[in-house]
Design a protein around this ligand. Structure first.
Ligand SMILES: Cc1cc2nc3c(=O)[nH]c(=O)nc-3n(C[C@H](O)[C@H](O)[C@H](O)COP(=O)(O)O)c2cc1C
Length: 374
C-alpha cells in the first residue's frame, strides 16, 4: 500500500488485509484499550477484524465508507505502531471525525502520536478540503487530551455521563474541534493543474451533486442557460467515448465525467443578430452562413465554459481534480449520448482524486498579459 502522508517521525498508509492481525492484537490488549474504556480489550476475533477490513477496502473503492482506517508507521523502523482513522463526514460543514491510537505500548510517549496526528490532519485538509476536524476523548484520558490541545484542538464541550463502559461505569467525554486556516480561492487555483493521473478512490455522490449544482448556477447571456450536463460513470460508455476522443485512455481512470452540452440557440432568439452587432464588418458573411454550420461554430452560444469552470472550482474545494477535454469527434459523441441535432457536446470534464498532489502548470507572468489603463 502506498504511503499517503509523511511526517518527521511517522508515515501513514491505508490498511491492508494483512494488517488485521496486528490490529486484532492491539484491540485485544487491555493496556492499549484502557484509555478508550476497554481495560480488558475488545475481545474481538481475528476473523471479525478481517471481515471488517475486507468490507472497508471493498467499499472504499465505491466512495466513502463510514470510516476509513490507516496504519501509522514509525519512519525509523518502517514498522506499524498505531492506527488512525477518519469518518462521519459532514459535507455541508466540510468536517470529519478522527480517532487515533498508538497500539505498540513500548512506542507510547515518544512523540509519534503528535507527529502522526499533525501529518494525518494536513493530509485530510489537503486531500478532501475539510474545514475542520472533530475528535473526542474520555475526560480522564489526560494524556490524549493534552496531545490534542498541543496540536491545536480546542475543547468545544464536555458531556457528563455520555457513555457507559462495559463495566457499567458512566464516563464523561470531551469533544474537541480543530479548524484549518481559511483558504482563499486563489490559493486553490495556485495549486490547480490538469489531472490525468487519478487515484482509485471514487468521488462520493454528495460531492458530485455539489459539482453539478455549481454548474447549474452559472450566468449566461440573457440567462438563456443554453446547456445540458451529462453525468457519466458507465465504464462501457466511457470506453466508447474514449475511442472518439482519439484514445485519450487516461480519461478512463477518472471517477466521473461531465459532458457539457451546448444547446443551440435558434436565430429567432437573436443569436445571429448579436454576432452581427459584435462584428459589423462581417454582417454579410454572417447572413450568408448556413444555419447549421453557423450554430455549430458560434462560440458566443457555446457558453459551457462557464458552468464547466464553476464545476472545476467546486470540485477543487473538495480536493477533486479535473481535466477539460475538447479533443474528440463531436458528432460521434453526440450520437453515443443519443443527443438531438441541436444538442452539441462541447467539452468533457474528467474528475477524480489526484494520484499525487496537484502543482500549478507554469503560467505567464502578470506583466506579460495585463494591460493597464490608469
Ligand atoms: C477547453 C479546453 C480543452 C482541453 N482539451 C484537452 C484534451 O482534449 N486533452 C487533454 O489532455 N487536455 C486538454 N485540455 C487541458 C489543457 O491541455 C491544459 O489545461 C493546459 O495544458 C494547461 O495546463 P493546466 O490545466 O495544468 O494549467 C483542455 C483544456 C481546455 C481549457
Amino acid at each position: 500500500m502506498p504511503i499517503v502522508a509523511k511526517g518527521k517521525k511517522t508515515a501513514i498508509r491505508p490498511i491492508t488485509l494483512e494488517d488485521a492481525e496486528i490490529f486484532a492484537r492491539w484491540w485485544n490488549d487491555g493496556r492499549v484499550m484502557k484509555d478508550v474504556g476497554f481495560p480488558e480489550g475488545l475481545g474481538i476475533s481475528l476473523e471479525k477484524v478481517r471481515e471488517d477490513f475486507q468490507k472497508e477496502i471493498r467499499e472504499g473503492k465505491k466512495g466513502f465508507p463510514d470510516s476509513r482506517r490507516f496504519v501509522i508507521l514509525d519512519r525509523l523502523t518502517d514498522q506499524p505502531v498505531g492506527e488512525i482513522s477518519f469518518g462521519k463526514i459532514d459535507y455541508s460543514k466540510r468536517s470529519c471525525r478522527i480517532g487515533m491510537k498508538i497500539g505498540k505500548v513500548t512506542e507510547q510517549g515518544k512523540g509519534l502520536g503528535a507527529d502522526a496526528l499533525q501529518t494525518f490532519m494536513d493530509y485530510l485538509y489537503d486531500r478532501y478540503g475539510f474545514w475542520s476536524i472533530d475528535i473526542d476523548v474520555l475526560s480522564d484520558n489526560q494524556r490524549a487530551l493534552g496531545l490534542y490541545q498541543k496540536v491545536g484542538f480546542v475543547i468545544e464541550e464536555e458531556v457528563q455521563n455520555y457513555w457507559t463502559d462495559p463495566s457499567g461505569n458512566h464516563r464523561d467525554v470531551v469533544f474537541l474541534k480543530h479548524q484549518r486556516e481559511p483558504r482563499k480561492l486563489v490559493d486553490y487555483l495556485n495549486k490547480r493543474c490538469s489531472v490525468r493521473d487519478f487515484g482509485k478512490e471514487a468521488v462520493g455522490e454528495t460531492v458530485i451533486d455539489e459539482v453539478l449544482e455549481a454548474g447549474r448556477l452559472s450566468p449566461s447571456g440573457g440567462n438563456e442557460q443554453p446547456w445540458k450536463f451529462a453525468l457519466i460513470q458507465n465504464r462501457e460508455l466511457m470506453e466508447r467515448i474514449v475511442e472518439s476522443a482519439y484514445n485519450q485512455v487516461w480519461m478512463l481512470d477518472a471517477s466521473f465525467w461531465v459532458v457539457l452540452i451546448t444547446k443551440i440557440v435558434s436565430d429567432d432568439r437573436g443569436g445571429r443578430d448579436i454576432q452581427k452587432s459584435r462584428f459589423p464588418q462581417y454582417e454579410d458573411q454572417i447572413d450568408e452562413m448556413d444555419q447549421a454550420f453557423y450554430a455549430r461554430l458560434n462560440q458566443e452560444e457555446h457558453q459551457t465554459k462557464i458552468p464547466g469552470t464553476h464545476m472545476v472550482l467546486a470540485a477543487l474545494e473538495h480536493g477533486v481534480g479535473s481535466t477539460w477535454v475538447s479533443y474528440f469527434k463531436v458528432d460521434e459523441v453526440q450520437e453515443l449520448l443519443g443527443l438531438s441535432s441541436n444538442e452539441i457536446p462541447s467539452e468533457i470534464l474528467a474528475f477524480g482524486y489526484p494520484q499525487k498532489p496537484m502543482k500549478s502548470t507554469g503560467k505567464k507572468p502578470m506583466e506579460s498579459i495585463l494591460l493597464r489603463y490608469d
